[in-house]
Write a protein that binds this ligand. Sequence first.
Ligand code: PEP
Length: 248
Amino acid sequence: MARQFFVGGNFKMNGTNESITAIVENLNKADLPENVQVVICPPAPYLALAAAKNTQKTVEVGAQNVFTKASGAYTGEIAPQQVLDTGATWTLTGHSERRTIIKESDEFIAEKTKFALDSGLKVILCIGETLEERKSGVTLDVCARQLDAVSAIIKDWKNIVIAYEPVWAIGTGLAATPEDAEETHKGIREHLAKTIGAGQAEAVRILYGGSANGKNAPDFKDKVNVDGFLVGGASLKPEFVDIIKSRS
Ligand code: PEP
């Protein structure tokens, strides 16, 4: 089955009115291939700006995080409905920076993912192992544990895209080799076939994330289980367009 190539841009806590306007205007002008799905995730204060500047509608806009409630006394949190109100249609969940810095558990991430989907958002669900876990040979066990928390409460995966992001590769300049990424993505898909069924496992897109850039993206071209990228640092730079065009 052909899965549509997908590129996400996680701006993290970076950007200003000026720089985010410039990034979106650059994407508007870029003549992006129509067969690539692109989602940019600016910080929450800039979601509405990014959605409004996205005049060519060649990209979609996503949040980096949402909460598990629709409204109420949850200071500092953002409801999925509020994200939808800005014109954004996606959210990240489970980014390793939230798993480690904010100490979000697998179960809480699963709950967020479910509430986001139930509220009408689509989700890029991030998973991945630390360097210590990789060295101990438990990469697939960690990914399976993170996924199992989600499959325990979500049966329909059509609005989920998985981003496999080895923690040791995020923001370090140390990308996984295309071969390593392919092997892990294949293992993730095989695990999902057992838990959510072969049909859904075959259809779900699995992105690679971790120091992807304009130079290394083409190296992943022939990896059949790598369906795109989640890009951090390079999504703030003009080379983001090269990554989007890397399969054309
Ligand atoms: C990310 O934050 O999701 C990411 C992949 O970051 P970077 O591309 O900078 O490693």
